[in-house]
Design a binder for this molecule. Structure first.
Ligand code: UFG
Length: 327
């Protein structure tokens, strides 16, 4: 049993990762400032309320828990929002990560798993997005994540810090056992917003842009189930602990769905109409983001089992109807 420091462990993906880590015999120590996370979501190990912008709080967590590895999920992660307040994104994501990476090295911890994003690739027409693709982000969120990848490379060269960098495509779904799920305040993501609209909890879903160069005019994304995604993190941790060295992995399924296709699947899964309107494009949105890599499967042995759109929406719908956090 070893402690793993999980930043953002009170958030959507981090909380699912804590569950997977505990199931694999680790002790996830959540470090979270609760700005976008939920205390109720911390169920599988100790909790430290702390801020990555405060180096002393990070050092204290290392001192107390002596983690053998770090999983770094904590970040501001909304593409649209990052275009409105880029300074906040750069400061929180890059400065916070730099503090964490420096603290990791100072504590003598050598293994770091980082949540990056396909948003680092940007809009690349007709290019298969694999781990060697050029990274030209078109929004501040993606740019901040690319910068953190660069920091990790420099810290490996200087101090030998080994990292597994996961570039997520669009994460969806929820724990099928309903212990944790997706809950953002405010919510901006397509699937939970749509389920709210279906349920009458908010107004109609607005489709952001119907004039993209795609078959039905709406953006295309590669959706991956959060439980499959966090399983890859446990494999990534094993990879580092087996001294296999730093590596980048895309986490997507290789299948893209347009916004209209996601709406249609949601209608089928819930058997209810989806109230929706058509609106302008959202600044910072890429036309199409679909993974073209099987590296995680071939090298890590990752086997996604729940990442069909139907399963993701089914699990999200169950959580939507039964799960919630209060504080
Ligand atoms: N969309 C709508 N209406 C909405 C919300 C979203 O049409 O009300 C569309 C978006 O324009 C986009 C698609 O649905 O085309 C998916 O949007 P999300 O906001 O759910 O997700 P993003 O693709 O913007 O971003 C998400 C994460 C990022 C991550 C990225 C990788 O929020 O952290 O996936 O693609 F980097």
């Amino acid at each position: 049993m070893a402690n793993i420091l999980v930043t953002g462990g009170a958030g959507y993906i981090g909380s699912h990762a804590c569950k997977a880590l505990a199931a694999a015999g680790h002790i996830p120590v959540t470090f979270d400032n609760l700005v976008t996370g939920w205390r109720d979501a911390v169920k599988f190990g100790p909790f430290v309320q702390g801020d990555l912008l405060n180096r002393a709080e990070i050092d204290a967590a290392f001192e107390q828990y002596q983690p053998v590895a770090v999983m770094h999920f904590a970040a501001l992660s909304q593409v649209g929002d990052s275009m409105k307040q880029p300074g906040t994104y750069w400061r929180n994501n890059v400065e916070g990560s730099l503090n964490l990476i420096e603290a990791t090295v100072a504590a003598g911890c050598k293994h770091f798993v980082f949540s990056s994003t396909c948003a680092t690739y940007g809009d690349q027409d007709n290019v298969v997005l694999d781990e060697n693709s050029a990274q030209h982000p078109i929004n501040a969120y993606g740019a901040s994540k690319r910068a953190i990848e660069d920091i990790l490379r420099d810290f490996e060269a200087a101090y030998g810090l080994q990292s597994v960098i996961f570039r997520y495509f669009n994460v969806a779904g929820a724990d099928p056992e309903g212990e944790v799920g997706e809950f953002h305040q405010p919510e901006t993501h397509l699937i939970p917003l749509m389920l709210d609209a279906i349920d009458g909890k908010r107004d109609a879903l607005t489709i952001f842009g119907t004039d993209y160069d795609t078959p039905d005019g709406t953006c295309i994304r590669d959706y991956v189930h959060v439980c499959d995604l966090v399983d890859a993190h446990v494999l990534g941790l094993n990879w580092l602990r087996e001294d296999k060295g730093s590596r980048v992995f895309n986490l997507g399924t290789g299948t893209g769905f347009s916004v209209r296709e996601v709406v249609e699947h949601s209608r089928e899964v819930t058997n209810r109409a989806v109230p929706m309107t058509e609106g302008d494009r959202r600044p910072g949105d890429c036309t199409k983001l679909v993974s073209g890599s099987v590296r995680a499967e071939t090298e890590l042995g990752w086997r996604p089992t729940r990442s069909t759109l139907q399963q993701m929406i089914t699990d999200a719908w169950r959580w939507h109807q039964t799960g919630h956090y209060s504080a």
